[in-house]
Design a protein around this ligand. Structure first.
Ligand SMILES: Nc1nc2c(ncn2[C@@H]2O[C@H](COP(=O)(O)OP(=O)(O)OP(=O)(O)O)[C@@H](O)[C@H]2O)c(=O)[nH]1
Ligand SMILES: [Mg+2]
Length: 217
C-alpha cells in the first residue's frame, strides 16, 4: 500500500462519522455516474482514474460480472485542495458508477444513496434513445426532489451513426440552448473511450456541487 493511501473502509468510517458535508476544512462529496447499460460509465471512471492518478487516496475497485459489466459499482476516492472564500479546503470526492443493467436495479438505489452530484452518461446510438429516456426519468425522480445537481454527457460521439445533439435534447425535453447562464452546457459531447471531455464534465459537476454546498449549508 502506498504511503498516502487510505483503505476504502477507513474513508467510509470518516464519512459516517462526519454526519455532514463540511468537517473543519475538509469537504466530503459523492459523485455518482448514472446511465443506461453499457453507455460508458465505467469507461469514464477508468479515464478519471488515469487522469487523477496522483489524487487517488484509495486504490479503487470495480465489481464486475465475468463479461466486464458492472455488477455492483466502481468506486474510488480522490482528494483535491481548493481555496474557497479565501479559506483552504481539502476536498475528498467519492466517485462511484452504478450498473446500468435492469436486472440489478435494486443495487442502484444503494449506490445513489447520499449522492451530491450525478453524471448522466447517455449513449449516442440512435436505437438506444428509449433507454436513455427511461434512465433520465429515473435520474430526475431521484435528483429533482433532493435538488442534486447533474450534468448530461452524450457519450460515444466517435461512432458513425449517432443521434444529433438537437434530437437528443428534444427527446429528453431539454432546453434547446447550447448552454446555461453559468456557462455549463445543456449536453456535453463526450468520447469516454479517448477521454474527450471526461475531466471537463467532472470538473463542471464538481463546481456545481461545491456551489450547492456553500449555498445550502
Ligand atoms: N465507440 C465508443 N465506445 C465506447 C465509448 N465509451 C465506452 N465505450 C464502449 O462501450 C462499452 C461499455 O462501456 P462501459 O464503460 O463498460 O459501460 P457501462 O456504462 O459501465 O456499462 P454497465 O456497467 O454494464 O452499465 C465498452 O465496450 C466500451 O469500450 C466511446 O466513447 N466510444
Ligand atoms: Mg459499468
Amino acid at each position: 500500500m502506498l504511503k498516502n493511501e487510505i483503505e476504502d473502509d477507513h474513508v467510509n468510517d470518516i464519512q459516517r462519522n462526519a454526519g455532514g458535508m463540511i468537517l473543519g476544512n475538509m469537504i466530503q462529496l459523492k459523485i455518482v455516474y448514472w446511465g443506461p447499460g453499457e453507455s460508458g460509465k465505467t469507461t469514464n471512471f477508468l479515464r478519471l482514474k488515469e487522469k487523477f492518478d496522483s489524487r487517488r487516496i484509495t486504490r479503487g475497485y470495480s465489481i464486475e460480472t465475468n463479461d466486464g459489466r458492472t455488477l455492483w459499482q466502481d468506486s474510488m476516492f480522490l482528494s483535491f485542495d481548493a481555496s474557497i472564500n479565501k479559506r483552504n479546503y481539502s476536498i475528498i470526492v467519492h466517485v462511484v458508477t452504478c450498473t446500468g443493467q435492469e436486472r440489478f436495479l435494486s443495487t442502484r438505489e444503494y449506490v445513489l444513496e447520499g449522492a451530491d452530484g450525478i453524471m448522466f452518461v447517455a449513449d449516442s446510438q440512435p436505437e438506444l434513445l428509449e433507454q436513455n429516456k427511461r434512465s433520465f426519468r429515473e435520474l430526475l425522480s431521484f435528483a429533482s426532489p433532493r435538488r442534486i445537481p447533474y450534468i448530461i454527457q452524450l457519450n460515444k460521439r466517435d461512432i458513425e451513426e449517432k443521434v444529433s445533439i438537437t434530437e437528443f435534447k428534444r427527446q429528453l425535453g431539454l432546453p434547446s440552448e447550447n448552454q446555461y447562464a453559468d456557462g455549463t452546457l445543456v449536453v456535453y459531447p463526450v468520447i469516454a473511450l479517448t477521454g474527450q471531455n471526461v475531466a471537463e464534465t467532472f470538473r463542471d459537476l464538481l463546481g456545481q456541487v461545491l456551489f450547492n454546498v456553500f449555498n445550502f449549508s
